[in-house]
Write a protein that binds this ligand. Structure first.
Ligand SMILES: Cc1cc2nc3c(=O)[nH]c(=O)nc-3n(C[C@H](O)[C@H](O)[C@H](O)COP(=O)(O)OP(=O)(O)OC[C@H]3O[C@@H](n4cnc5c(N)ncnc54)[C@H](O)[C@@H]3O)c2cc1C
Length: 505
């Protein structure tokens, strides 16, 4: 088959490339840059991304290098509040801080281990009849045959333009001053801080043991470099709670708040992912994390369709599932940005008190950490998630929800014990007489696992006759409290083309 042409080797393109290669799909991954990026951009990797990176097989190198942050501290003139991630229902109850340049390097070296490569200095110029027209390093133009073209080429996406996919966008007046600096570590800098002083607020995040990212919501005044003393004064005016010495400014820039959403993420054989599909305020550190999930959502669907194991209509569920997630994210981050900007200047301590009040409720804290860590993402209205009859009384994870992790009776995690690029059919008794038939017909795309642990049954509110079908990206595709095989088969026929049918055609 023709390769999947992936345009852009940022985090989105790299994750998509890895997931395609792992599933045996041929790829061409091109990028117009001369080599890997050196910009620290995204620092925060959230729990859901780490869960997916574990499935990808690369999470251990991230955990070795990144800084684990369990809580974010809010400080206003000595009054402290905090937001803790320690109770997240995930094997990764923290936010991992790692510069995006390292994230990309780790992904690239894993792709190379799997036999993949980036073709640098190749730029997508146009898309003609579903094929990619690219320029090569020597300036020639070449046509790349493509089964599909994946636009992972960032906010100014050429793929999006070539496909003539319209966007909805707005640009706001708010901007953030971002500074990466080497600092004198006068204390413990590992916890990110939000601080509120007489002249507004600021944020700090760890980059590594001696570097910090400083963020100040404020309008752009000049592009000139700030002196170390000016930054120290700014920190004090914004209420930074510690004595700090800036030793070297590595980089500074203004980040303007803008919103952009493509009206569809698929047109014919062209897909948009990551920043090419959606752009939003950097508050909450969601951009790269959402992009990784786009790549995961699409990769397994492409692989099934490429093998002929699923009908091409399965691919429509990519836009159906991911566009509403991006839209909700745009709305939430825009609202938050506007509230913060309007209050931080005129009444920073009121903003602190409002946030502290919000965080006093255990329920709201839990909800907020689940949203920020992206564990709350789910696809309840997707046409490819279902159950025989809507069953609101059953407390087990619902169709479209993330299948939760369970610590098994042997102390191991269900997530790490069930890593597979296939669907997972989860049963709670080995007495079912249909297991062998399912394995014969669907074994190529599905693994059957029987868990009889008490912990498992409780977490999934499952009885011996319950069944869950978990998708490769870890969401519940189908569930049944009391399994009836004809109902399961009717769901499977919607998603997969059975092997016996493929042999006939
Ligand atoms: C300062 C800053 C801080 C941020 N902090 C966070 C954070 O903490 N957490 C978070 O989740 N997100 C954060 N983000 C957002 C995050 O960086 C982006 O969401 C992420 O980079 C998107 O990845 P991408 O691969 O989709 O696009 P990009 O990273 O933009 O990669 C696109 C790639 O496509 C290539 N390309 C472009 N056009 C072409 C073409 N025509 N042909 C071939 N190649 C092409 C480019 O060279 C580039 O390598 C931050 C962003 C910034 C700027």
């Amino acid at each position: 088959m023709d390769p999947v042409v992936i345009v852009g080797a940022g985090p989105t393109g790299l994750v998509l490339a890895i997931e395609c290669v792992r599933r045996g799909l041929p790829i061409r991954l091109i990028d117009e840059k001369r080599g890997p990026s050196t910009h620290s951009k995204a620092l925060a990797i959230h729990a859901r991304s780490l869960e997916l990176l574990e499935k990808t097989g690369v999470v251990s190198s991230f955990l070795e290098e990144g800084i684990r942050v369990e809580e974010i501290v809010l400080d206003c003139k000595g009054n402290e509040e905090s937001l803790s991630f320690k109770k997240l229902d995930s094997p990764f109850p923290f936010v991992l801080f790692l510069p995006q340049s390292r994230t990309e390097e780790l992904l690239l070296s894993y792709l190379q281990e799997l036999g993949g490569e980036v073709e640098w200095e190749k730029s997508l110029l146009d898309i003609i009849d579903g094929k990619a027209l690219v320029s090569t390093p020597s300036g020639e133009k070449k046509v790349l045959e493509a089964s599909w073209i994946a636009g992972c080429d960032g906010g100014g996406s050429r793929v999006r333009e070539a496909a003539k996919i319209p966007v909805k966008k707005s640009r706001y007046t708010q901007s953030f001053l971002l500074i990466d600096a080497v600092v004198d570590k006068g204390g413990d800098f590992d916890a990110p801080h939000l601080f509120f002083g007489s002249k507004g607020m600021g944020l700090t995040f760890p980059i590594d043991q001696e570097k910090l990212r400083l963020v100040f919501p404020q309008p752009q005044t000049s592009a000139e470099a700030l002196t170390n003393e000016e930054i120290e004064t700014l920190l004090q005016a914004r209420g930074y709670p510690k004595k700090i010495q800036i030793k070297e400014v590595l980089w500074h820039s203004y980040f303007h708040h803008k919103r952009m959403l493509a009206t569809t993420f698929q047109k014919e054989n062209i897909f948009l992912l990551g920043d090419a599909a959606h752009l939003h305020s950097p508050l909450g550190g969601q951009g790269m994390n959402t992009s990784i999930q786009d790549a995961w959502n699409l990769a397994w669907k492409l692989a099934l369709v490429a093998k002929g194991a699923s009908p091409p209509t399965l691919l429509e569920s990519y836009t159906e599932e991911r566009l509403p997630i991006a839209l909700a994210l745009l709305k939430k981050t825009s609202l938050l940005t506007r509230v913060i900007f309007s209050l931080q200047k005129i009444a920073p301590s009121l903003l602190f008190r409002s946030l502290a009040f919000f965080l006093h409720s255990k329920k709201r804290r839990k909800k907020l950490t689940h949203v920020v860590s992206e564990l709350a993402i789910h696809y309840p209205d997707s046409s490819i998630t279902s159950e025989p009859k809507r069953n609101e009384d059953w407390n087990g994870p619902k169709p479209g929800e993330r299948a939760p992790d369970v610590v098994l009776d042997n102390g191991k995690h269900f997530f790490s014990e069930s890593i597979t690029p296939k669907h997972l059919l989860l049963l709670f008794s080995d007495k079912h007489d249909f297991i062998k038939a399912i394995e014969e017909e669907y074994g190529e795309v599905m693994e059957v696992k029987v868990f009889q642990d008490q912990n498992f049954r409780e977490k999934y509110a499952a009885g011996p006759d319950s069944l869950f079908l978990i998708r490769p990206d870890g969401y519940i595709g189908y569930r049944s409290q009391k399994v009836k095989i004809e109902e399961v088969i009717s769901y499977l026929l919607k998603i997969f083309t059975p092997i016996s049918q493929r042999r006939k055609s």
